[in-house]
Design a protein around this ligand. Structure first.
Ligand SMILES: Nc1ncnc2c1ncn2[C@@H]1O[C@H](COP(=O)(O)OP(=O)(O)O)[C@@H](O)[C@H]1O
Ligand SMILES: N[C@@H](CCOP(=O)(O)O)C(=O)O
Length: 351
């Protein structure tokens, strides 16, 4: 019998200022997969189609495309060598690539859920997250996309053999396109990620101001220092602790508290070399200069700017877009809110 599924995975904004590699918010902008499996089909290769952001340059070969490569990894790690015959997958992607809105994290989460569905493994979301962590290594964006809401997460302490497995390069984890012989796919250790969901005041919306240029997460991590001073680490830890409570307080959000708790010394100052006007924008826009603004930070690895706000969304966005124009950077903007439920897998599809 033909089986059909839909997988919906939220975008994310990671870090939220002080929570580098720790905090993330799932956002209501969804990467969606429509899947149909016709077991009577003799077609061996899956048919992958794609619309939306990245449609001109995302590869469609199953071993090269990030979504299907991750699905294949999950299948092979669980002794299923290939996609079921007659698999069709249509990807609809509204998440801009390389902008700090977690496009790759969402693709990895979608891929792990796809592998789970195709293999009929019945894994929990927590277990699917283990496979994502094998690939993404930092938990903030994938945990937000998988679990939804405003989350804090860490990777648990690993023993020596687990360190060797989790530390494997992607070339030893993901299938290699065109390789005559595939290496065995390493099994993911269990319960790698631990997370908590914080409260969120539903009056707080998320404005994403999205520059029209890409910064790869890899490049944006490469500009960070190997070590930090004690005072900078303490600066972030103090704000992180306050922020996780401040945005969950009910009633009128406390803009002074949130704004100050979103300051960071661990990643944003170093990433200014990749994003024209970053430091100026983060300091010039405050709740005093722009009423309604509650806090401002770099979204993920950038270049998107995330503003938390409870009113005047249009004015705040247009002012930041104007400021970016001075740096010859064009932007678009989206008014988003947390995707409280996280990733969803439903029976039935539009294929
Ligand atoms: N839906 C998708 N399908 C396939 N590949 C994707 C998809 N989304 C993102 N990617 C891959 O991830 C890359 C962007 O990842 P990254 O540099 O981490 O930026 P981001 O901040 O958007 O996650 C893209 O260039 C592409 O290779
Ligand atoms: N903590 C990571 C988050 C990367 O998120 P992305 O949305 O840019 O993929 C980092 O800051 O490098």
């Amino acid at each position: 019998m033909t089986r059909e599924y839909t997988i919906k995975v939220p975008a994310s904004s990671a870090n939220i200022g002080p929570g580098f590699d720790v905090l993330g918010i799932g956002l209501n902008l969804y990467l969606t997969l429509h899947i149909k499996i016709n077991p009577n089909s003799t077609t061996k290769e899956p048919l992958l189609t794609y619309t939306g952001e990245g449609s001109h340059n995302v590869p469609l070969e199953p071993e090269k495309n990030l979504v299907t490569a991750v699905a294949l990894y999950v299948l092979r790690a669980n002794n299923v060598s290939d996609f079921p015959h007659g698999t069709q997958i249509h990807v609809q992607n509204p998440i801009p690539l390389g902008r700090g809105l977690g496009s790759s994290g969402s693709a990895i989460v979608a891929g792990s859920l796809l592998g789970n569905v195709l293999g009929g493994f019945g894994f929990s979301r927590q277990r699917c997250l283990d496979y994502c962590l094998m690939i993404e290594k930092h938990p903030d964006n994938i945990t937000a996309s998988m679990m939804g809401g405003f989350v804090g997460s860490f990777l648990r302490k690993l023993n020596d053999s687990e360190i060797n497995v989790v530390g494997l390069p992607l070339s030893k984890i993901l299938p290699q396109h065109g390789a005559t012989e595939q290496l065995p796919s390493p099994q993911a250790p269990k319960d790698l990620g631990t997370h908590v969901k914080y409260n969120w005041n539903h009056n707080i919306k998320c404005i994403a101001i999205i520059p029209q240029f890409e910064v790869s997460t890899e490049k944006s991590r490469a500009v960070l220092p190997a070590n930090y001073s004690k005072s900078d680490v303490i600066f972030n830890l103090q704000r992180l602790a306050v922020l996780t409570n401040a945005v969950g307080q009910q009633g009128k959000p406390n803009s002074e508290l949130i704004y100050n708790a979103m300051q960071d010394k661990l990643h944003q100052p170093y990433r200014k070399v990749l994003i024209p006007g970053l430091t100026e924008i983060l300091t010039e826009f405050t709740p005093q200069t722009h009423p309604g603004l509650l806090g401002i930070c770099l979204s993920g690895a950038g270049p998107t700017i995330l503003c938390l706000a409870d009113s005047n969304f249009d004015d705040i966005s247009k002012a930041i877009i104007q400021r970016f124009k001075k740096e010859n950077v064009e932007c678009k903007w989206l008014l988003l809110e947390p995707a409280y439920e996280g990733a969803l897998v439903e029976e039935g599809s539009k294929l």
